[in-house]
Design a protein around this ligand. Structure first.
Ligand code: FES
Length: 260
């Protein structure tokens, strides 16, 4: 008696059965992609495709329309379209947009240099504003050497630096401040005339600074002198000795002179 039971397929048969439809499936022919159609410009005529021979060098691979387009951005810029926008619309202008003319570089350097100079001037002016406006004067106390360094008469070597004259006579050394007692000008020593002469209003002083002509009201003042530990002459212009009308002269006071 034949059994109606069909034999149970083995696992291999099942795998083979699963594969069978795939192997037996008819091959679907590949769909050929449609040739890319050039997109017509909105509102314009479609671009004309131009065949370029394979042997053409890269530099010459420019379609006739490209040459025309290369000139277009310049016209667009002339119409007011920014250069960057014109370059985006037509890539052939990229080279023109990125290159910088030497004139532009020079102009940019000049602008930067001008700005740097401007801000440097402002910085210096600001610093100067906060600095004290003090007049740098030489110290009023200074040394002028040894008494033996001076010979008889008037020595003018310290006139420029300290505005004084050193006078040495037979018995003393003293220092005259080179300030006219009229209005404060600096008189000149006239060795040929043995006198000081003020160039402002003509006051005249003898070799010891005593006035004898012109509007000067009194002799020129004398500065304090002393000797330091090395026996050098120390002058102190902060302390002066005067000889004024109606008052006792201070020229013989201690410190007004040094014994010669
Ligand atoms: S300032 Fe010297 S004479 Fe007037």
């Amino acid at each position: 008696m034949e059994s109606d039971k069909k034999p149970t397929p083995s696992a291999d048969d099942q795998v083979a059965g699963d594969r069978a439809p795939a192997e037996s499936a008819p091959a679907v022919p590949a769909v050929e992609s449609a040739p890319a159609r050039p997109t017509p410009a909105p509102g314009g005529t479609p671009p004309v495709k131009t065949e370029i021979p394979s042997g053409t060098p890269p530099a010459a691979r420019v379609a006739p329309g490209a040459a025309k387009a290369a000139a277009t951005p310049t016209a667009a810029i002339a119409k007011g379209i920014p250069k960057a926008v014109a370059a985006r619309q037509n890539p052939t202008t990229v080279v023109e947009a990125t290159t910088d003319a030497p004139v532009n570089k020079m102009r940019r350097r000049i602008v930067w240099a001008s700005m740097a100079g401007f801000f440097a001037a402002i910085g210096l002016a600001t610093m100067r504003f906060f600095l004290p406006r003090a007049i740098m004067e030489p110290s009023s106390v200074f040394r002028i050497g040894f008494p033996g360094d001076y010979s008889l008469g008037v020595d003018t070597k310290w006139q420029q630096q300290f505005r004084i004259w050193v006078v040495k006579n037979s018995d003393r050394i003293f220092v005259i401040t080179a300030i006219c007692t009229h209005l404060g000008c600096t008189p000149d020593w006239k060795s040929s005339e043995n006198k000081f002469k003020c160039p402002c209003h003509g006051s005249g002083y003898d070799s010891e600074g005593v006035n004898f002509e012109g509007p000067a009201p009194r002799p020129m003042d004398r500065a304090n002198v002393s000797l330091d530990a090395e026996c050098q002459i120390v002058v102190n212009k902060d302390r002066v000795f005067k000889s004024e009308k109606g008052k006792e002269s201070q020229f013989d006071d201690e410190g007004a002179y040094l014994p010669a």
